[in-house]
Design a protein around this ligand. Structure first.
Ligand code: MN
Length: 511
């Protein structure tokens, strides 16, 4: 999906040094953009948009960037000393993410041959400071990357931003549909959907379960049988489940039918994610011959759809559904996986004290350590208490990062926690997928900081994304980020939250 997007590169220059200099600047810029694209490290194509030599040229490029749906962000680099007043009008109009790349065409100083002609073509040391000043004076949110354009570390930092910028573009056209409302009385998964659309871009709509049932009615036996066969091929399972006429087979079959209904309605509405509520699954009596509805929450469908990038939040949690989609989008093509998770139960065990991460059904199989196992078990929560299918697995021991967005009433806060997933154990009496992690910097500090920040019990976890992704996301969105990591101490974290409170109170445009 990164193929649908591009990043625009604009080189700052001026005509002071003569036309020949600008021609060289242009040639250098092309070579640099070409080099970045050929590095294979940046998933979004960078498109060179020429040199900007005047206020008019800057404004024209920025207006074009705003109006081009393919453009997810603008990268600037000041080859020469580009007087920054000429950037003001353009930057005032730019409404796409901005990355300022502080680099230089030449790498090492050619001590013996350097002359004034060389200097005229390698001026970013001062040119990028002039540009940086006007961005800071205008209070523009942006990312600054420093490094030679051939340096893989600098390229990787651009790559992070390009993934975030593309995911941001994806979320500006993101419909999340809610089957049912929040779980009754729950605060943290709720919030201001109008503000979410203004600040974070996504649109959250209620969809009656009765409408979903219209799609469920149209699912054919043939397509359901075919999907059941796919399940048995893809997942480990007890051979007894394949025996038609058994309750186990029927549960798997019902799960497949629910998945097909969900896929159909998501496609018809163009939705990128959804939420469910176990108290709202269709209306009729499950024992009636006229029964219309799911036999339980469609957990297997949620697991499988998450693995394909569909946003999902349980119990009406639309913020997690949207954020999960963004996590998946940013980490496309990366190897280790991501999932919606819930702080399930605590494991007090000295230095290995940890938090079991699971959900009653809905954990994404992308994080599984082993081949997921399809199992059918009784689930006695919600309006339907019934046997239901789910994928069961434990997750890879590895480092990861988890994130959530909460609504503080006057603003959104992104809370990010570095975590260390450790080896989990099977849960023979609790057949759900799970992970087991120690929050950084340690169990007691990490959990306390998360709670002080007002964090949810639901979060969106990734093995592949680093905190830099979230730093870029918060910068683009203009929301607070509270990052809990190896350096966190409770006194300093508390102060950070208090200072942020004042900052966001004073900066009304960010609230
Ligand atoms: Mn939950």
């Amino acid at each position: 999906m990164f193929d649908n997007y591009e990043i625009w590169w604009v080189t700052g220059a001026q005509l002071l040094y003569g036309g020949d200099a600008v021609i060289s600047v242009d040639a250098h810029s092309r070579e640099m953009v070409d080099g970045l694209n050929k590095s294979g490290r940046i998933p979004v194509k960078i498109v060179y948009k020429g040199t900007a030599n005047s206020s008019r040229e800057v404004a024209d490029i920025m207006k074009a960037a705003n109006n081009d749906d393919r453009c997810v962000g603008v990268m600037t680099w000041m080859h020469t000393f580009s007087p920054a007043k000429m950037w003001i009008h353009g930057l005032q109009q730019l409404n796409k993410p901005l990355l300022h790349f502080h680099t230089q065409f030449n790498a090492e100083i050619p001590w013996d041959s350097m002359d004034m002609d060389f200097m005229n073509l390698n001026q970013s040391a001062h040119g990028d400071r002039e540009f940086g000043h006007i961005c800071t004076r205008m209070r523009l949110r942006r990312k600054v990357v420093v490094g030679h354009w051939t340096d893989p570390e600098a390229q990787d930092r651009i790559a992070v931003w390009s993934r975030v910028a593309a995911a941001w573009a994806d979320s500006q056209d993101m419909l999340i549909i809610r089957f049912g409302d929040q779980m009754n009385n729950v605060a943290v998964t709720d919030g201001d959907k109008v503000e979410a659309e203004q600040r974070l871009g996504y649109h959250v709509d209620y969809t009656p379960v009765s409408e979903l049932m219209e799609y469920w009615k149209k699912v054919t036996d043939e397509e359901t049988n075919a999907l059941v066969a796919t399940y048995f091929k893809e997942y480990a399972h007890d051979p007894g489940l394949e025996e038609k006429g058994t309750d186990g087979y029927k549960s798997v079959w019902n799960a497949a039918r629910a998945e097909l209904a969900l896929r159909a309605i998501l496609k018809a509405k163009g939705a990128k994610g959804f939420t469910t509520n176990f108290d709202d699954l269709g209306t009729d009596d499950i024992n009636s011959p006229c029964f219309v509805g799911f036999d339980q929450i469609p957990g297997l469908a949620s697991q499988r759809l998450m693995a394909e990038g569909c946003g999902f939040g349980a119990e009406g949690d639309w913020k997690s559904a949207a954020l999960y989609r963004t996590v998946w989008f940013m980490s496309q093509g990366m190897p280790k996986g991501c999932s919606f998770l819930e702080d399930y139960t605590l494991n007090f065990d000295g230095a290995n004290s940890s938090i079991l991460q699971a959900h009653m059904l809905e954990v994404c199989p992308l994080i599984a350590e082993e081949r997921p196992r399809l199992e059918v078990h009784f689930l006695g929560i919600g309006i339907r208490k019934a046997q239901t299918a789910r994928l069961v697995f434990t997750s890879k021991p590895d480092k990861g990062v988890t994130a959530t967005v909460v609504d503080l009433g006057n603003r959104f806060r992104l809370i990010v926690n570095d975590v260390e997933c450790i080896k989990s154990k099977p849960l023979p009496k609790l057949p759900v997928a799970s992970a087991l992690w120690i929050p950084m910097p340690d169990f007691a500090t990490g959990a306390a900081a998360w709670i002080l920040a007002g964090g949810t019990h639901h979060s969106c976890f990734s093995y592949d994304l680093t905190p830099e992704y979230w730093e870029d996301y918060a910068e683009i969105a203009g929301i607070e980020m509270a990052h809990i990591n190896k350096d966190t101490t409770i006194p300093s974290f508390k102060n950070e939250l208090r200072w942020n409170e004042v900052y966001y109170m004073l900066n009304k445009s960010l609230c």
